[in-house]
Design a protein around this ligand. Structure first.
Ligand code: 3HC
Length: 283
């Protein structure tokens, strides 16, 4: 299927990143938010990100203008009727995602592909809010989207091969290397990374080492760009907690049990970088 117009639901960190790379790759992009304020913030974050690329000489000023001209911010999701592929990047709440998918299913032609960027919700549980199970899949991007080279495509029991083929082609066209996972808790990357981060939190909790030494051990000993506690703050402690709790509920595997320290920090409203406090303090 030919893709020319993309819809992105939600212009937080992930949605604005997905909109940016899609517009840079030449797609027309509809970007939606629930109110003008949030929409404006998302669009100006894309403009700033592109301006940095111009400053560094990575793109020409007219490429920035071209990309920005291809992004149309909307509040009314009915405008998504012209999109061939819609990627939902709203808050990680299953009821919200199901309601968005149900609306999109009514608005969009039957051939439109609907994808969720979820990291913690089962894709089939979102898909079954629609009447197009074969054209619903997961497209899991990584933060920061313009920098991270990976796209994880998630296939449910009902996703058609054609849908996967189109999503893989789209991922490559926006510069990503694509891997394909079955719709299982945490897919491929988070299934490896999250238990690792949870172990680091347990290690801190039980006093094995300081947070700085745990992070230094991993950055210098394993050559990761960020230590696991810094990465936890970067991902968002709330996101991490809900992801771990959901995977534990689905599998019963104790590796997913969220450490009490993580639970308490989330209850305190310390979500990491986005709230200014997590394992570390941020200005
Ligand atoms: N948007 C666009 N570009 C960004 C950016 C952002 N938010 N943050 C950093 N960059 C760019 C910088 O401009 C710089 O570009 P340049 O090389 O062209 O000058 C480059 O990335 C490196 O940035 P910095 O020099 O400022 O800092 P670092 O070298 O520390 O890199 C980082 C920052 C890319 C974020 C790096 O620390 C990193 O890769 N960290 C790990 C990120 C990661 O693991 N992400 C996945 C999280 S898990 C996830 O998203 C899945 C979800 O389901 C939980």
């Amino acid at each position: 299927m030919e893709i020319s117009t993309i819809g992105v639901v939600g212009c937080g960190i992930m949605g604005s990143g997905i909109a940016q790379i899609s517009a840079q790759a030449g797609y027309e992009v509809f970007l939606s938010e629930i109110n003008e304020d949030t929409l404006e913030k998302g669009i100006s974050s894309i403009e700033n990100s592109l301006a940095k690329l111009v400053e560094k000489g990575r793109i020409k000023p007219d490429e920035k203008l071209g990309a920005m001209s291809r992004i149309k911010g909307v509040i009314d999701i009915n405008e998504f009727a012209v999109c061939n592929l819609i990627i939902e990047a709203a808050t990680e709440k299953i009821d919200l995602k199901r309601s968005i998918f149900n609306d999109l299913d009514k608005i969009c032609p039957q051939q439109t592909i609907l994808a969720t960027n979820t990291s913690s919700v089962s894709v089939i549980d979102v898909a079954n809010a629609t009447n197009r199970l074969e054209r619903v899949l997961g497209m899991h991007f990584f933060n920061p989207v313009p920098v991270m080279k990976l796209l994880e495509v998630v296939k449910t029991v009902a996703t058609s091969d054609d849908t996967i083929k189109t999503a893989v082609a789209f991922g490559k066209s926006v510069g990503k290397t694509v891997i394909i996972a079955k719709n299982t808790p945490a897919f491929i990357v988070n299934r490896l990374a999250v238990p690792f981060i949870l172990s680091a939190i347990r290690m801190l909790e039980s006093g094995v080492a300081t947070k700085e030494d745990i992070d230094t051990g991993v950055t210098l000993g394993l050559n990761h760009p960020m230590g696991p506690l810094t990465l936890a703050d970067f991902i968002g402690l709330d996101t991490l907690y809900y992801l771990a709790r959901g995977a534990y509920e689905d599998t019963g595997d104790p590796i997913w049990i969220p450490p009490i320290l993580l639970k308490d920090m989330v209850s305190a409203g310390w979500f990491g970088c986005k709230t200014g406090r997590g394992f570390y303090i941020y200005k």
